[in-house]
Design a protein around this ligand. Sequence first.
Ligand code: GTP
Ligand code: MG
Length: 315
Amino acid sequence: MSEDLTLEDIPGIGRITAKKLRNAGIFSVKQLAMYTTEELVDIGIDDSRATSILRAARRAVRQKALVLTAIEHEKLMKSFHLLTTGVKAIDDLLGGGLEPQSIYELAGEFGTGKTQICHQLAVTVQLTPNRGGVNGKAMYIDTEGTFSLQRIYPIAERFGIDLDHIKKNILVAKPMNVEDLEELVRGELVKYVEEGVKLIVVDSIIALYRAEFKGREMLARRQQRINYLLDWLKRIGKTYNTYTVITNQVLDRPLGFGPVVKVPTGGNIIAHASTHRLYLKREGDIWKLEVLDSPKIARKASVCFRITDIGVEDV
Ligand code: GTP
Ligand code: MG
């Protein structure tokens, strides 16, 4: 099994190269296989060696053929376990729940339930498969300081999960800046994923970038960096079948002399990287989730939900 391989088992990786890899936070062959030649060159491995060890690592961990027939592809998609949100209407809209390997984006104004849904998922991921979970742990990357264990308790109680268990199985990361965030996602996160993290939440994806890259002249750089982070989240999702949810803020975009429309921030980069873009709204005591873009759900399809003391619920 590829899990049992050590870096030194890969042809071309000797003691020195293995040390360089480990110093850069690369501990397993599976993790190594996610890297690009350029990234290995950046940590001091020469070009031709980087290419050859990557090829060998990818070959060693590849579980399935690179090319599938459409039938095999369909079978593979059907074999994925769908993660419940704990809200039947939302699960139904999503086609049964969240699929692994994809990025789900929750965009909306303040108070529209983005953080609440993420909290609930951090609980439901821990449920057993017969209840819609995956017996997994959650990594909650909290860039806005809104993670609340107090909020988790009543949700956990509602789903009948032991509180001690919950405390062990939700990992909270609070990156201070973009560097912290990138380092976490490329490095330690993978280690935790190998130890059972199945849900990765980034709440929110944009806050740190907005704070750090200010002004129009920084925009291109900012977009490039966001793209890089999202690319890593995707690589991890595809390699480890993790469920990924990011939250996003919205901006006013004036339409000529017409009305102002609200659009998710991050422009094309986030739009393209998100597999399923979901837009949240609040109308009084009812919240609404609408599909902005998705390869499998009709655009504009929507459902209502509510937020109560015990979390996010059906209406
Ligand atoms: P920003 O992060 O500010 O952009 O908003 P958000 O979309 O993340 O909002 P969030 O998910 O935090 O939703 C906040 C709403 O959930 C609040 O306005 C409350 O109405 C509701 N809410 C949060 N906690 C509780 C609670 O303990 N009880 C009840 N009844 N409602 C709650
Ligand atoms: Mg929030």
